[in-house]
Write a protein that binds this ligand. Structure first.
Ligand code: UFG
Length: 358
């Protein structure tokens, strides 16, 4: 009972704070139950926004909603279950809520799967964006933050990669991100829209509470969730895809960014759009690259033992180094990261351990 009263009190305090600040704006998060979406939900609530989630749980678990309520001390997390392709549902959300802006995460994101099922990627990622556009135009929404990716740089000629680097794609997933960015550019030229396009580098880590984190349904494609499964014993060893690259130790180097830093980047982008109505395209990374072996060793330190790996052939399509030029994000958004590699590994391991059956 005591715990329940505390929660009611906290909820009450939050309501009073919202009433004092009569400007609490409501944001629609498509894909808000996913990995980056859920962390952004928390950052938005902490920044004083109200949030409505739309998610079809195709790559997330509905239990995330209970956990979001625990972290943000809210009795109710508002979520509509469904797809961005469902225009009737989108219209219903805008009828039932006074939405000020949208952050659009809902998309498919596995490179290999996109090669096998390109039409699914065109449908969810491109048609989904167009469905959302139709609805927000009718609703008079002018601000949208778009979840893009460093994948739009394809095989970059120079690192660090600046936002002015040419856009390329090497697979259908990358194509959908390049095409979506171009749709946003053309749309903003015709209507009074302002878009924040955020090009993520390599998201890693989890919320410090251990309640939310990356939860891939299948064997992970990405490095950190794969290492996490090796650490938990679910997979025998890491396959290091190539050790003959022109990098410090021969393995691929990437710019890993803590998911909580990434979430904060969304808040800054949204605040910039709402306060200035100026669109922007920025990289979200740290400006620091780590190799596969460095990542595996750092994760091992968080776990407290060396983690097994074997050297495997290169993965087709991989580049040696991917590293963000982060100057524009700092200049335009005031974005600076707070967390380093040890935080990413420790928070990820904390999340994995919290999930483990006791
Ligand atoms: N790697 C391994 N073994 C694995 C998985 C990955 O050695 O089991 C290596 C890769 O070869 C690469 C590095 O770890 O050198 C990072 O690979 P990820 O798959 O984690 O990330 P990528 O940089 O290849 O791609 C990710 C997303 C893309 C996105 C890109 C943006 O998966 O969707 O970051 O930079 F476009």
């Amino acid at each position: 009972m005591g715990q329940r009263s505390d929660r009611q009190l906290d909820h009450c305090t939050r309501s009073i704070a919202s009433a004092d600040n009569q400007m609490a704006q409501k944001i629609l998060l498509t894909g808000g139950a996913g990995y980056i979406g859920s962390h952004t939900y928390v950052a938005l609530i902490e920044a004083g926004f109200e949030v409505v989630i739309l998610d079809n749980f195709s790559n997330s678990n509905p239990s995330v909603l209970i956990r979001l309520g625990q972290i943000t001390r809210q009795n109710q997390v508002i979520c509509y279950e469904g797809s961005v392709l469902d225009k009737a549902l989108l219209a219903q959300i805008f009828t039932e809520h006074d939405i000020s802006a949208v952050i659009h995460f809902a998309a498919l994101k596995a490179v290999g799967e996109s090669v096998e099922q390109p039409l699914a990627y065109f449908s969810t990622n491109i048609t989904g964006l167009l469905c959302l556009f139709e609805t927000i135009k009718t609703a008079g929404i002018k601000h949208l933050v778009f979840s893009s990716s460093a994948t739009v740089y394809g095989e970059p000629e120079e690192v660090p990669i600046s936002e002015t680097a040419p856009l390329q794609f090497t697979n259908p997933y990358g194509f959908t991100k390049v095409a979506s960015e171009q749709i946003l550019t053309q749309a903003a030229a015709a209507d009074p829209w302002a878009f924040g396009v955020l090009r993520y580098f390599n998201p890693a880590g989890a919320h410090p509470s251990g309640l939310i984190g990356e939860d891939p349904f299948d064997i992970p494609n990405n490095l950190m969730p794969y290492i996490a499964k090796v650490a938990s014993g679910a997979l025998p060893h890491l396959n290091v895809f190539g050790n003959d690259y022109d990098t410090r130790d021969g393995t691929g180097e990437r710019d890993y960014i803590h998911v909580c830093d990434l979430a904060q980047g969304h808040v800054l982008s949204l605040q910039k759009l709402l306060s200035t109505h100026e669109g922007h395209v920025v990289n979200l990374g740290t400006g620091q690259a780590y190799s596969v072996l460095e990542m595996n060793a750092a994760y091992g330190e968080a776990v407290g033992r060396d983690l097994p790996y074997v050297i495997a052939p290169r993965r087709p399509g991989d580049v040696p180094t991917c590293l963000a030029d982060v100057r524009k994000a700092k200049k335009v958004l005031g974005f600076e990261t707070q967390f380093g590699l040890a935080d990413m590994c420790q928070s990820s391991w904390n999340w994995i351990e919290t999930q483990a059956p006791s």
